[in-house]
Design a binder for this molecule. Structure first.
Ligand code: NAD
Ligand code: UD1
Length: 341
């Protein structure tokens, strides 16, 4: 196995994928991105080149295109696949469940079939803390019960189960299921970051767009949650920490031999909406006007990781603090007020 064999990165032009390309290149791997650009811009990869001096390999295409996958795997012989490609908007998944099952579940099945035919059995999958549903207690360990309350979350549950079945049927597979908590922030260069289409659903891009003047005020979804200040508590992880978690998982996957492992990628720290607003105001020097409104349907009070397994297995832990998260998110937003457009 030579280092020149690429790592196939599906969805690699997206938010987490582009940051992971930077971390892969810095660790000496050669990312080969396959993305259909349904929720991203190829400009992100030009920016990865500006940061690292290396242009990731690039194929515009869809993971549901079996013929394309067959050709890509035969031609490039990747060592492993990091599989980010998928749709991720919870509300949209409720409106359009079939699009989510087709893209996420169907797309993953087609990818796994192509890998099986090519004799490539190393995959890292983007799962989510959403598979824990409304946890009975926090911090959340990987052995906690799983559930889903929307089609997006259910697509993650189903894919986790498919991977489990596959590894049982053919123990030669090496599979990592990484459950991300809340990815936020941006590369410290300000060159790549999160670029949501339309009005953001998620807290951090909403805050930065209020601060930059694109949106008038933050709506805080509920001030009566059973949390210290009444607002929702989450585990916000810097996207570069998350990216480095993938590099650690890849090294472990390639070294440890066959098998499957499931790990939380989080910080282990809970942060409330108001704490996030305060941290952002402190580091950016900008006010974030807000008002407390009704709870958002489907939200939970508190969710944070027990990150011990990732530390033990992968020798990885998040190291960037909340101020760094806010400063980096703000640098990206200021330098790119309209994203990549
Ligand atoms: P993103 O939308 O920025 O990136 C996903 C990428 O996949 C996009 O570039 C999109 O164009 C591409 N894509 C989608 N369908 C495709 C297809 N059929 N074929 C080829 N490319 C396709 O999202 P992200 O935040 O970077 O998330 C990456 C992964 O991590 C997703 O699977 C997501 O569900 C998962 N995840 C994200 C979060 C989060 O909060 N961002 C949390 C947990 C899990
Ligand atoms: C979101 C996804 C979830 C995914 C998780 C991890 C939704 C509904 N859920 O959850 O599937 O697994 O990210 O990435 O998108 N908030 C506000 N005002 C806003 C936006 C958010 O008060 O305008 C609050 C929320 O109520 C929550 C916190 O901020 O307490 C974080 O919200 P968000 O960024 O959307 O992430 P999650 O709800 O954790």
């Amino acid at each position: 196995m030579s280092m020149t064999q690429p790592i196939l990165v599906t969805g690699g032009a997206g938010y987490i994928g582009s940051h992971t390309c930077v971390a892969l290149i810095e660790a000496g791997y050669a990312p080969l991105v396959l993305d259909n650009l349904c929720n991203s811009s190829v400009e992100s990869l030009a920016r990865v080149q500006r940061i690292t001096g290396v242009r990731p390999g690039w194929i515009e295409g869809d993971i549901r295109d079996a013929a394309l996958l067959e050709q890509v795997l035969a031609e490039h012989r990747p060592r492993a696949v990091i599989h980010f490609a998928g749709l991720k908007a919870v509300g949209e998944s409720v409106q359009e469940p079939l699009a989510y099952y087709d893209n996420n579940v169907g797309g993953t099945t087609i990818l796994l079939q192509a890998m099986q035919r090519a004799g490539l059995r190393n995959i890292i999958f983007s799962s989510s803390a959403t598979v824990y549903g409304d946890p009975a207690t926090v911090p959340i360990r990987e052995d906690f019960p799983r559930s889903a309350t929307n089609p997006y979350g259910r697509s993650k549950l189903i894919i986790e189960d498919i991977l489990d079945d596959l590894q049982r049927a053919d123990p030669a597979w090496r599979i990592a299921r990484l459950r991300y908590f809340n990815p936020v922030g941006a590369h410290p260069s300000g060159l790549i970051g999160e670029d949501p289409r339309g009005i953001p659903n998620n807290l951090m891009p909403y805050i930065t767009q209020v601060a930059v003047g694109r949106l008038p005020a933050l709506q805080v979804f509920g001030g009566d949650w059973p949390t210290p200040d009444g607002t929702g508590v989450r585990d916000y992880i810097h996207v570069m920490d998350l990216a480095e978690g993938h590099v650690a998982a890849l090294a472990y996957l390639l070294e440890a031999g066959a098998g499957m492992f499931t790990v939380n990628l989080g910080t282990g720290q809970g942060v409330s909406v108001l704490q996030m607003v305060q941290a952002f105001e402190r580091t950016s020097g900008h006010q974030v006007p807000y008002r407390v409104v009704e709870r958002r349907a489907g939200d939970i009070a508190a969710c944070w990781a027990d990150p011990a397994r990732a530390r033990r297995l992968l020798h990885w832990q998040a190291r960037r603090d909340l101020d760094t998260i806010c400063a980096d998110a703000w640098r990206w937003q200021q330098a790119n007020p309209r994203g990549y457009a």
